[in-house]
Design a protein around this ligand. Structure first.
Ligand code: IMP
Ligand code: MG
Length: 212
């Protein structure tokens, strides 16, 4: 797993292209888009190596997981079409909500998506954007186990280093990140910042500005 240290300064905003409407909202760029893509390519290779024997159902945890999901699946597809061995890959979507402003709430709600019962007997790869307390993933895994899938693996692009963690660790981790509120690459703050391609640290002014 790649680790981004707590004292990592990241990069100044004006070294990269950032949408004008967010220029005053961000502290630093912490993971540039290109680095996300390079790490994702390697995660795809590791996943295919471990799960590549059977049909994989990739389950996207919406909304935050959608960019990572799309890019990861592109890399898996590329591996599939360029090697002697290949596996069918199908997709499913689930929507969960646990956050208000920059705080994880205790209730994790599944608010839509495909029927989990269809995953019975399948090799399921859950694709998530970020694990913080671990509550969302633990809830989802317990719901899923009721449906008796054959195998379940979890890949999360980010895992936050935080005392609030339950100790849960995904099977595959893109980057371990400091305990700050991160946005971009589909990670949001009250629905904003999904339209930003780098992962950035939000500043305190923006937390006020976009508060609900
Ligand atoms: P957990 O249940 O505390 O592990 O939180 C997981 C969910 O909270 C993730 O799926 C995200 O949607 C959201 N989340 C946690 N930390 C952040 C963050 O830094 N930025 C944006 N969303 C976050
Ligand atoms: Mg999420």
């Amino acid at each position: 797993m790649a680790s981004i240290a707590d004292d990592e300064k990241g990069h100044e905003l004006d070294l990269f292209c950032v949408p004008k409407h967010y220029e005053n909202d961000l502290e630093r760029v912490i993971i540039p888009h290109g680095l996300i893509m390079d790490r994702t390519e390697r995660l795809a290779r590791d996943i295919v190596r471990d799960m590549g024997g059977h049909h994989i159902v990739a389950l996207c945890v919406l909304k935050g997981g959608y960019k990572f999901f799309a890019d990861l699946l592109d890399y898996i597809t590329a591996l599939n079409q360029n090697s002697d061995k290949s596996v069918p890959l199908t997709v499913d979507f689930i929507r969960v909500k646990s956050y208000c402003n920059d705080q994880s709430t205790n209730r994790v709600k599944v608010i839509g998506g495909d029927e989990l019962s269809k995953l019975s007997g399948k090799n399921v790869l859950i694709v998530e954007d970020i694990v913080e307390t671990g509550r969302t993933m633990e809830t989802l895994l317990s719901l899923l186990s009721d449906c008796k899938p054959k195998m379940v693996k979890v890949v999360s692009l980010l895992v936050k280093r935080t005392p609030r963690s339950s100790g849960y660790r995904p099977d595959y981790i893109g980057f371990e990140v400091p305990d700050a509120f991160l946005v971009g690459y589909a990670l949001d703050y009250n629905e904003y910042f999904r339209d930003l391609s780098h992962i950035c640290i939000l500043n305190d002014r923006a937390k006020e500005k976009y508060k609900v």
